[in-house]
Design a protein around this ligand. Structure first.
Ligand code: ADP
Length: 271
């Protein structure tokens, strides 16, 4: 009510879903989707009912990460029915427009007028947020698009988020944007669950020598400066990348590996 009086949109929960968290990053390519999917799978492995909503309308990654392609069915009510793999439900723009077409779609829309473009994107987003039949879920993980744009703002303002996990690599250029992201969520009253450092250390498979490719403790330092929780560290490892590309994420394929343990440690902290 107070929000309505102040002219702010009222936040909605999602039917049947107990908790909703978002995974966000200031920049693209820092491992946000990889973290989102491995966290979802880790939490599912702790016997929770988990779904993943891919909110990246133009660059959906979840279909590939979960090796899912089919077009979703719709319920009698007209809601989208999520697909599922490895015990996790998923919904993505990628299911609706096909793997390569988001780019085509964007090309098409760029030639449209900007108002029309905004309306179409927001309509797609509204459908993903409010017209998916998730069933009963303990947790929905929202994979945000990178950055601090309209989509992130819309989701933060329309959905009751329990919190957001921010991921960054340790180099300055990523951290500057991660700070911007954190500030945006704070402004719209979304609790920040903490920051995850990704791609911090590369361990040579031959000699075990450690290389801090993007710097060593950048995220830890930033989290301290901002008074945010540090949720852990994921190494830079070819296995994480390869398994993601195959659509068989490390947490399900190699659950006892060090990499999987790193994701599981983060998952335990946010539960
Ligand atoms: P974002 O969602 O931030 O754009 P992605 O999760 O798509 O980033 O990751 C970008 C690329 O980096 C992908 O090819 C992914 O497999 C790879 N990647 C992510 N995290 C790691 C990691 N810890 N080690 C190695 N490769 C990684």
């Amino acid at each position: 009510e107070a929000r309505m009086r102040r002219g702010l949109p009222t936040k909605k929960s999602i039917h049947g879903v107990k908790h909703i968290i978002a995974v966000a990053s200031g920049k693209g390519g820092v491992g946000k989707s990889t973290l989102a999917i491995n966290l979802a799978l880790a939490i599912a492995s702790f016997r929770h009912r988990v779904g993943v909503l891919d909110a990246d309308i133009f660059g959906p990654s979840i279909p590939r990460l979960l090796n899912l392609k089919a077009e979703p069915q719709t319920s009698e009510k007209g809601d989208l029915i999520p697909l599922a793999n490895f015990g996790v439900k998923a919904m993505s723009m990628g299911f609706l427009v096909g793997e390569d077409s988001p780019i085509v779609w964007r090309g098409l829309m760029e030639s449209l007028n900007i108002f029309l473009l905004t309306i179409l994107v927001m309509k797609a987003l509204q459908q993903l947020l409010h017209q998916v039949q998730w069933g009963e879920l303990d947790l929905l993980v929202i994979d945000m698009p990178p950055g601090t744009g309209d989509t992130q703002l819309t989701i933060s303002q329309q959905i009751v988020l329990d919190g957001v996990v921010i991921v960054s690599t340790p180099q300055d250029i990523a951290l500057v944007d991660a700070r911007k992201g954190a500030n945006m969520f704070t402004k719209v009253n979304v609790p920040i669950l903490g920051i995850v450092q990704n791609m911090s250390v590369f361990v040579c498979p031959n000699c075990q020598h450690k290389v801090h490719v993007f710097g060593q403790n950048g995220v830890l330092k930033t989290s301290k400066e901002m008074g945010l929780d540090y949720l852990g560290d994921i190494p830079l490892d070819a296995d994480i990348c390869e398994l993601s590309d195959f659509g068989t994420p490390v947490v399900v394929t190699k659950p006892d590996s060090f990499n999987a343990q790193c994701y599981k440690e983060v998952a335990k902290k946010i539960m």
